[in-house]
Design a protein around this ligand. Structure first.
Ligand code: FES
Ligand code: FES
Length: 1006
């Protein structure tokens, strides 16, 4: 049918079928800003303005738009100009991955068309039409208010510089606690502040990179290099292309938690007109692999094949189809006849270890630790003599904590397009965090050499670890091999939940011994980790849990015993934090429990025992990721300052000066709501920065005729801003503004190798490579400038060849003060004798994994009648070394806290008794909307990490670590109930308040 509408102010005729959605019809004609994140009208990513009103188009028939006006984000700007709303989103850092951005901008437009002076509440309500998994909504709300001011014609303050971000929640830092006991200033250069740390209130001033070193680009809140194209809704994501002859894939999944496929017959499906291929386990080679996107050789076990004759969870792969349309592909799935032999299933790791159900009985699986008892892997480590130390201890504790399975829920689903190029090489265009691992891992599965595969990683709409997996690329490639046609394979939202990856549930039991003076003397950690049906990241996540759970506090006698156990559940994998959130949940709950029982201040108790500069981490060597690690010594630590600044921001003094026992301070109660109690809680956190001795990144830089630079990196920006940060490092080193560095990431044909975006490694590892490459290019520029200006260096020793030379403001300066522009240097090098291309490539790896530190605070209200916990405010102060881009860094912290809050109180993958997932859509698996968020405050506490580029450490993962224990500790402070079983639901709190005894729960002080 033909329908007539007005599209972005122009008359338009759309040809579509009567049942086609408006989303599909718009994308088919190239309106790529209309994104797809679900099929149920719940994520808002597909929204447009229909007659001025924001509506999701995935649940709207195209026919319903007939005769009406449709406005998309493409219409807001012309040429290089941006609409003030787009500009505000770009400037404030409201754009991270950018996948939700078109919808958010349109939501803002709909609001500001009606209301010139919106309140924050109105901004939040408007933005709640679009789910964002990256930002925590702090900066999008700022963007709405800034855009409103711009549209009113008001001057708005600059984002970068002394004026800082215009927020109402800035706090002057006051140091409540002295320098961490015994902590020496970390380096002479940074010993200008309290405790060896440079003190500052928030991201309102530029962090000092290093005393005496003034930076022009690094340490500044530069606008993201990809912000403009993302604000304009340009076609930059994996699915924003339409290839001639492209087929659409669909996947048949198992309805059983555990079954053998006795018979499978795809003949009827193959006979359906429009179907080009149906692949089952009978049609693809059986090659054993591990799907985690990790370095070679992949950590064990190797327990998967592309398609198997056995299924091990509801949602496991059974068959894939490629057809002319998505509808035909789905119809074909219905025609595949499968006869299953259901097998007993097991969903509890303890039960699974009894070995009554055998999940991996296939003879070709490799390196499973104990398949007969469903134990995929184990990890053990010990220092000192734990049992003896426990016996010596004055107080002994044993507690068990439970964490649950949650989903990354990136708004962009997994999506991949595969096709043959003109040289008969297979191109895989995919939303992945690990393009180089994908190329290496796919090759043996499809029987092609690596050299015949090219992986292109466009922009990614969020990953959070879920895309650190070779998840569907193999199936899509098999379909292109089978058909010779381009094939597009996208997970539906339901498949994202049932058949993607998630966070490992863990049961952690600590035993601890504490001496009379409050010194932690003995600590034992036992972990039972549920890895679901396949091992993938199970071993390495468990190793990180152990490392994080036994490294934050000094203790001479420690022991670890961990088991990674198969069950018949959907498979956990990498999820931001990678085992650290589970460890912190247990450890930081335990520390509060110990402090309460010993009548110690929980903050003082932590700081007394916390690691500090100069400490070595005794288990770091034993607990590498799937292999032996390397000795680690802490060279930078701002934990004490984080604790102090976070405490000031949350008003921790209120807790310290609480009324005597038996009486409640005024702030703890609400006279108008006598059933409400308030509490404050905190947690200390420590993450790693990259995987020591394993992660490697490379970068290439070349100089162009005008003195600008191309920077090619294999690193993968999944919305974190790493492209911007890497370009800032290059620009700083080369003395040019950020605009003069054109960064490209990543394409296995054109960019150098990088292990990928995970383990908080990109700034540190890839940034190290960029800095090295830029320094080499800088040396070549010095060389050429000296030649051009006939600067005599005959008597200069080689090690001082460039002494006194520097690059600044696009010029190369010689020690005698003369200078030449970089454009002149470039032209001379390219066109005058001896002609050379100024270019350099460098690789970087590190045997260090310097920990970022943080203090997380939470303020809660608990309804004693219903058990409802309402988190009112979250504050996180983070020591990430030098924040290369402070706005990007705080954006990571805010977004991480929002995800961590979901982990703490509401997100949960729930199953029925047959192991079938109940939470298969956003309506059931709730992630927070803008109008549901508490106040968030991110504080940067700069330190200088000597091993990092410009002193940088990681920031991406640590925000996931502290919210759950801080909230649990705040709940305990509010109502005396100790919850040890995540998530902290009203039901669990209410049961405890009512005298019940839930799993691991307990009532304190009643
Ligand atoms: S609301 Fe339409 S794709 Fe999610
Ligand atoms: S920026 Fe909102 S989903 Fe990524």
């Amino acid at each position: 049918m033909n329908l007539h509408l007005t599209l972005n102010g122009q008359p338009k005729t759309l040809t579509c079928t009567p049942d086609e959605s408006l989303m599909s019809a718009l994308r088919r004609v190239g309106v790529w800003s209309v994104k797809h994140g679900c099929e149920t009208g719940e994520c808002g990513a597909c929204s447009v303005l229909l007659d001025g009103k924001l509506v999701p188009t995935c649940i709207l028939l195209a026919a319903q738009a007939s005769g009406r006006s449709v406005v998309t984000v493409e219409s807001l700007s012309t040429g290089s100009e941006m609409h003030p709303i787009q500009q505000a989103f770009a400037e404030t850092g409201a754009i991270q991955c950018g996948y939700c951005t078109p919808a958010m901008i349109l939501a803002t437009k709909a609001l500001l068309d009606q209301e010139k002076h919106p309140t924050e509440a109105q901004a939040r309500e408007a933005l709640s039409a679009a789910l964002c998994r990256c930002t925590g909504y702090v900066k999008p709300v700022e963007a709405v208010l800034r855009a409103a001011a711009m549209l009113r014609g008001e001057a708005v303050p600059p984002i970068d510089g002394e004026g800082g971000i215009p927020v109402e929640t800035q706090h002057a830092a006051s140091v409540l606690f002295g320098p961490q006991g015994g902590a020496a200033p970390e380096t002479p250069e940074t010993a200008g502040g309290v405790g060896g740390v440079i003190t500052q209130p928030r991201v309102t001033t530029r962090p000092t990179v290093q005393a005496g070193q003034k930076t022009e680009v690094v340490g500044h809140s530069e606008t993201k290099v990809d912000a403009v194209k993302l604000a304009k809704g340009r076609p930059v994501f994996a699915d924003d292309v339409d290839l001639p002859g492209m087929l659409h894939a669909a996947m048949l999944t198992s309805p059983h938690a555990h079954a053998r496929i006795k018979r499978i017959d795809a003949s009827r499906a193959r006979a359906l007109p429009g179907v080009h291929a149906v692949l089952t386990h009978q049609d693809v080679p059986r090659v054993i692999y591990a799907s985690g996107g990790q370095s070679w050789p992949n950590p064990p076990p190797y327990d998967q094949v592309s398609l198997d004759s056995k299924v091990r969870f509801v949602g496991d792969r059974v068959a894939v189809v490629a057809a002319e349309t998505p509808e035909i592909a789905r119809e074909a799935l219905e025609l595949i006849e499968v006869e299953y032999e259901p097998l007993p299933a097991v969903f509890d790791p303890e039960e699974a270890m009894r070995g009554e159900v055998l999940i991996h009985d296939e003879p070709d699986a490799q390196k499973i630790h104990d398949a007969a008892h469903n134990v995929a892997a184990t990890v053990h480590a010990t220092v000192g003599d734990f049992e003896k130390a426990l016996a010596e201890s004055h107080s002994k504790f044993e507690r068990t904590y439970y964490s649950h399975q949650v989903q990354q829920a990136a708004i962009e689903p997994h999506v991949v397009i595969t096709y043959w190029d003109e040289d008969d090489r297979l191109v895989i265009r995919t939303a992945t965090q690990v393009p180089f691992h994908v190329r290496r891992m796919v090759a043996p599965l499809i029987g092609l050499p690596v050299k015949r595969i090219r992986v292109i990683k466009p922009r990614i709409g969020g990953g959070f670890g879920g895309k650190q997996e070779m998840l569907i690329e193999d199936l899509c490639a098999h379909l292109t091999l089978a058909t010779g046609r381009p094939v597009r394979f996208e997970y539906t939202r339901e498949l994202e939940f049932t058949s993607s990856r998630s966070r490992h549930p863990q049961t952690i039991t600590y035993r601890a011994g504490v001496m009379k003076d409050g010194t932690l003397h003995a600590l034992e950690m036992k972990i039972i980790e549920d890895t679901g049906a396949y091992g993938t990241h199970g071993l390495t996540v468990c190793s990180v849990s152990a490392n994080r759970g036994l490294s934050l506090y000094r203790c001479s006698h420690m022991r670890l015993d961990a088991k990674v156990v198969y069950t018949n559940k959907p498979v956990p994998g990498a999820f931001r934090g990678y085992g650290a959130p589970q460890a912190h949940w247990a450890l930081e709950s335990l520390m509060d429990e110990i402090a309460a029982e010993l009548n110690l201040d929980p903050v003082d108790f932590r700081l007394k025992n916390a690691v500090r500069v100069g400490d070595s981490l005794p288990l770091a060597k034993a607990l590498g990721e799937g292999r032996e690690g390397f000795e680690q010594t802490i060279q930078s630590c701002g934990l004490a300052e984080c604790v102090a600044q976070g405490a000031a921001a949350i008003g921790w003094d209120r807790r310290r000066t609480d009324a005597p026992p038996g009486r409640l301070s005024d702030w703890r109660v609400d006279p108008g709501r006598p059933h409400i109690r308030r509490g404050l809680g905190m947690a200390a956190c420590m993450q790693g920065t990259a995987i020591a001795g394993l992660d490697m990144g490379a970068a290439s830089i070349k100089m162009n005729d005008d003195g600008s630079f191309n920077l090619l990196v294999g690193a993968t920006d999944l919305g974190t801003g790493s492209d911007t940060v890497l370009a800032q490092i290059a620009a700083e080193t080369l003395g040019v503004p950020l605009a003069d560095v054109i960064i490209y990431s990543s394409d296995t044909d054109f960019t150098p190798f990088d292990t990928g975006a995970y383990a908080s490694s990109t700034t540190y590892i890839s940034g190290g490579a960029v800095k090295k490459a830029a320094e080499q290019a800088r040396g070549q520029i010095f060389e050429r400038a000296a030649r051009m200006l006939k600067y005599d260096r005959r008597d200069v020793p080689p090690e001082r060849l460039y002494a006194g030379m520097y690059l600044k403001d696009r010029r190369a300066y010689l020690p005698d003060g003369r200078s030449v522009s970089l454009a002149e240097v470039a032209l001379n090098s390219l066109h005058a004798e001896p002609q050379t291309q100024i270019m350099a490539t460098a690789s970087h790896m590190s045997y260090e994994s310097p920990p970022p530190f943080a203090a997380q605070y939470a303020e809660v209200e608990v309804d004693t009648q219903t058990g409802q916990v309402t988190v009112k405010k979250l504050v996180m102060a983070v020591d990430c070394g030098t924040a290369i881009n402070p706005v990007a860094a705080t954006g990571q912290i805010e977004g991480g806290m929002a995800q961590a809050l979901g982990y703490a109180v509401c997100e949960e993958m729930a199953y029925d008794e047959q192991g079938s997932l109940l939470t298969r859509r956003f309506a059931d698996y709730h992630i927070f909307t803008a109008d549901e968020m508490p106040e968030l405050q991110a504080i940067l506490v700069p330190t200088y990490e000597p091993s990092g580029p410009f002193g940088a450490k990681a920031v991406a993962e640590i925000p996931m670590d502290g919210v759950a224990p801080a909230v649990a500790n705040a709940v305990c402070h509010a109502v005396g109930v100790r919850i040890r079983d995540l998530p902290i639901t009203p039901e669990k709190v209410w049961r405890e308040l009512s005298g019940g005894a839930g799993r691991g729960a307990g009532v304190i002080g009643r």
